[in-house]
Each structure stands twice: as C-alpha cells, then as structure tokens.
Design a protein around this ligand. Structure first.
Ligand code: GUN
Ligand code: ZN
Length: 422
C-alpha cells in the first residue's frame, strides 16, 4: 500500500442522496490499488504516521469526479454550430464531422483531446458515442485505458438515412460490435455499450441485431436517443407504422433494461416514463443540448417520479462539456417549469446519482471505503467573481449553488484518477 492523505473540505453523497460533509476532512487513498481507504473528519485521525504522504487543499472542496452519462467524443469539433434543429444539424454538421473518423489517426488525436478536456473539467467517467467506424471505438478505448479511466463507449450502429460513408449493415454492425465487446468490455475499467444511433438510422434488422447482442452479453450497456425533437418523432412514426410509439420501437427489439440509457426523452407521457422505469431503463437529461437545438424542456420532476434520470452534457449538441455548465442549464430548464433544482440534488446527480443510474455505484460515485479514487478539488475562489460571491454565502448549499451557476472548468483545480493526479 502507498497511502496518500488529502486534507481539506470534503463533500460526497450517500446512496440515499444525503450529503456527507466535513469542513476539515481527510480522504485517505491507496495509490497502489487506486481506491479509497477512508473518508472522515481530520480530527478523528490525529496520529497519522509521518511517512504517509500528505497534501493539503486550502480553499478547495474535494468531491468525487463528475460523471457524464451521455456525450459524443467525435462531435467536439462541431460544438457551437449555428442555426439548426436536430435533423438538419445532424445532416449539415454532425455526419460530415463523423465521416472523418474513418481515419484512425484522426480518431486517436480527437480521443486524446476529448479526454484532456474532460479531465480539465473534472469529468472522470462518461458514457460515450464513438462513430460507426469500429476504429473510432478502438481509439477511444485505447486512450481511456492508457489513462486508467473508467468509461463506457460503443461503436454507433447506423444502416440507413445517413451518408454512405457512415453506414454499416445489420450484419457488419453486429459482427464489429461483437469483436469490440470481446476486446473491451470489462477490460480494466472499461465497459461496452451497444449503440444504435436512433430508430431513424437503423433498419428493423439492425435493431433486432442490437437486441441480440444485449441478450448474448448480459451486463453490456445500451445507449441511444429517444423522443428529442418533434420532426424526429414524426419521421420515426412513418418508418415504424406498426409500433404504438417511439419507445415501443425500442421495446419491441429488446432494448430496454437495467443498463439501458435513452438520451433526451423530452416528449414522453407518464405511461412511457413508467414503462422505462419498470424495465430499469433510464433517461439521460441533456439540458444544454436541449436548449441549444431548441428541442424542448425536459420535465425532471415528472420523469424522476417514474423512471431513472441521469445528467449529461450531450456534446457536441450540448455547448459545454463542463458538468457545472450542465447543472446551470438544468436549473434554468427546471425554472421554466416551476421547479427549483437544489444545489444538493444537482451535485448528487452528477456524482453518486449518475453512478447509480449507470450501475457503476459499486465502483465510483462517492468516497465510501473501497470505491475507486477518482476525485477533484474545486476552487471556491477560481475567479474574482466566484471569490466575491462565495465570500457572502452563509451555508454550504448557497456556495454550491453559486459554484454551479457561475463556475466553469477554471474551478477545477485538480483531477485525480484512481488516486493519481493528472
Ligand atoms: N439523435 C441521433 N443522433 C444524435 C446526435 O448525435 N445528437 C443528438 N443530440 N441527438 C441525436
Ligand atoms: Zn446524443
């Protein structure tokens, strides 16, 4: 064991959502195993042996690393592309950018840049779309493995309604996904997600093959998009006239389940939310993306009452990969519907809550003994404005709220992956 004692203000969330806070805390980490030994009040361990390495984090808050439950690494170069809603945005900006990932060297370079940016923003785990090229998934997994990061990724399945350069077939998509699952799922900290882009870009045969993969590999994830935009929903209805609803398309092909994540889910009724909940599936709430593409206002409280919900950046339709910006957008989306998202619900959601939604809470999400030591130091005084604003706050909750509304990646002073500073 190589112990490292981190002293500072510490906040994390217990599985039931309650915060545990130490104004003067100790986070004791084993750098060899990359796990947490103990999280406690500093005064309870006055007798730490001198040989243990010690780091003090003044004016900083130690928290578990942020988790992003839905994003697209190949879209980092088209963030902030002007003027379109979902289907035109895909055709005009997204598909041409994704076509460049046929080139494995390009994919590797973008994967490194993306992971650098995630680390700078304090995001230590994400569930990520690659492109339809198997080499784009290999590039991401190789980069994540070299950094010893915990991530979920998958090659996109799409065999219709997109440029030829991006199309696979039901048969090749199935075979390539199988190879990637066997190469990467549960390799170290990595997991695989079967990734049909959405119902519009997959034939019934391809959706059936996605369901087959899930049945053949229990524990493998499923990620796709659902009910984001009205034109998307209408087009889906014309492609699958025999199905009752958009959600019913996915259900028919066996894609719902405890490790299934449906991005957006804005335009759903309560019966559909309940169906998601009953199957153990969850919705990834992507507020900055929904505002950017004009997709609509996700109803967080109505959804959370009936199914699992996680928080996500959805870059590149989202306009920041920083989860603090995601929280700021989430607050505003909720305000427009008369719900005031609290700072504790917000920070729980992007740490322990997202870990639970992604079924990764045995490994990450909080500082309980044995969890993997992915954590960050957040600087209350990162900018002159944050310093002034947080100096006036009378409670932790007020400070956290100021941080989520005013903070950005400058507030992330340090990021640790499996106990090591990056
Ligand atoms: N629906 C299908 N593909 C995409 C995508 O890349 N981004 C978003 N926001 N929605 C999608
Ligand atoms: Zn997406």
């Amino acid at each position: 064991m190589t112990l490292h004692a981190h002293f500072g203000e510490i906040l994390h969330y217990l599985p039931d959502g309650r915060p545990e806070y130490f104004s003067d805390g100790l986070l004791l980490v084993d750098e060899d195993s990359g796990t947490i030994i103990e999280c406690t009040a500093a005064q309870s361990r006055p007798d730490l042996p001198d040989h243990i390495r010690q780091t003090r984090h003044p004016n900083a808050l130690l928290m578990p690393g942020f988790i992003d439950s839905h994003c697209h690494y190949p879209q980092i170069d088209i963030m902030a592309s002007y003027g379109e809603q979902l289907l035109d945005w895909l055709n005009q900006y997204t598909f041409p950018a994704e076509a460049e990932f046929a080139d494995a060297a390009h994919a590797r370079a973008v994967a490194e840049f993306f992971l650098d940016e995630l680390q700078n923003a304090g995001t230590t785990t994400a569930m990520v779309f690659a492109t339809s090229h198997p080499q784009s998934a290999d590039a991401f997994f190789e980069a994540a493995r070299a950094r010893n990061m915990r991530h979920i990724c998958g090659k996109v399945l799409m065999d219709r309604n997109a440029p030829a350069a991006l199309l696979d077939s039901a048969r090749s998509g199935y075979a390539n996904s199988k190879t990637l699952i066997e190469r990467w799922h549960n390799q170290g900290r990595l997991k695989y997600a079967v990734t049909p882009r959405f119902a519009i870009t997959s034939t019934p045969e391809q959706l059936a093959s996605a369901g087959k993969l899930l049945a053949e590999y229990p524990g493998v994830y499923l990620q796709t998009h659902l009910a984001e935009n009205h034109a998307e929903i209408d087009f889906t209805a014309t492609l699958f006239p025999e199905r009752k609803s958009y959600l019913d398309v996915y259900e028919h092909y066996g894609l719902l389940g405890a490790t299934s994540t449906f991005a957006h889910g804005i335009h759903l009724n309560d019966a559909e939310r309940r169906r998601l909940g009953d199957s153990g599936s969850q919705i990834a709430f992507c507020p900055s993306s929904n505002l950017f593409l004009g997709s609509g206002l996700f109803n967080l409280s109505a959804s959370r009452a009936l199914c699992g919900v996680s928080f996500a950046s959805d870059i590149g339709a989202g306009n920041s990969y920083c989860m603090l910006a995601t929280l700021a957008a989430a607050y505003q989306v909720c305000q427009l519907q008369g719900y005031a998202l609290s700072a504790h619900e917000a920070f729980y959601s992007i740490t322990q809550g997202n870990a639970q939604s992604l079924r990764l809470d045995a490994h990450i999400g909080n500082f309980n003994t044995g969890k993997e030591a992915d954590f960050i130091a957040l600087d209350w005084q990162a900018t002159p404005l944050l310093a002034r604003r947080t100096a006036r706050c009378r409670s932790l909750e007020e400070k956290l709220f100021a941080l989520m509304m005013l903070g950005d990646d400058r507030a992330v002073k340090a990021t640790y992956i499996a106990g090591k500073k990056v």
